[in-house]
Design a protein around this ligand. Sequence first.
Ligand SMILES: [Zn+2]
Length: 392
Amino acid sequence: MRRRDLFAASATAAAGLAGADARAQVENTSVKGAPLPLQQYEPKSMLHTRETRVARAKFPVMDFHTHITYSDTMGGDDSKITFNATAEELLAVMDRKNIRIMVDSTGGYGRGLEKTLAALSKKHPDRFIVFTEPWWARTPEPGYPKFQADEIERAHKAGARGIKVLKTLGLYLREKVTTGRLIRVDDPRFDPMWETAGHLGMPIGIHVSDPEAFFLPIDRFNERYEELNAHPDWSFHGKDFPTNREIQEARVRVMKKHPKTVFVCHHVADSEDLPLVSEWMEQCPNMWVELGARIGELGRQPRASRRFFERFQDRIVFGTDATPKGIEYPQQYFCDELYEIYYRFLETADEYFDYAPAKIPPQGRWKIYGIQLPEPILHKVYCQNFQRLLKV
Ligand SMILES: [Zn+2]
């Protein structure tokens, strides 16, 4: 072929590639260097590894972190509560998976809380526990600190057993609720609430901050690029957001200031940095952690995780962040398979498996390894720690 013909042929090939259906390119594996869109890449592992199916947990499970209902804490309409499932729908899965108790974290406040309590814990007192949430919309009002503390007391009387703090605190709640300066996690207006919780023996399930990658640019270096690309509103990079570390440190100050209140830090506090979480656990005897939606992180560092479980075995509770109908977030989607993955991670030494029921790992492209906890630790994590904490 003459040089001019060669040039023409490659130009035609390039034009064809650019215009062709992307699917055809993907399937044309014979074209060297053909681009493959990341979302279409679904590599299948060729490892011949052991697959242990753990259909039921070895001990009764108490799930500290689920979202059976959702409320509107920033909007301020306390009567607004959304049910993601009925008790009966949940009980079928719970019975199959050996789940003794589920905590509905986001049980609401005021009138909404009463509806949640009536539908769940009043109907099935031995199967559901409901937590209340702060009435964030009222934060700017004078007298809020006392009002909020009184509300917690009222919620406790109504039947709420703990308090759930979402990342609303630290990342969304502002001086005028949705506008103005962000309110810090250690703002003294919340002190009476933290103290009242301690006094009443209500643990605080607290989720502040988020994965470290959510505070970095959404670019080719971001290990959770696909997740952030799909949910750009989950990014806290830039604007007036504090850093992950600043939020975390504010929470540590709160825990130190209220030593009689138990803070169960959701998502292992900062699951990417177990050495730092370990330091905080040492400094704050009232700090506990829960695992929800972070076995992807724990399972990709199985040796460090196992050491963490051994060291803090009395202050770790099982949790999933399970959300009925939450199909957008496979790592939280309430179903049999989700629980089986958690059980496999905790109970087996299986290697290199998916941390979520999804075709593409939703929180980063990696797989996990089981940590095969010894039975006494497993027992504590599945239920004994929970029983001690919530007196059940
Ligand atoms: Zn959650």
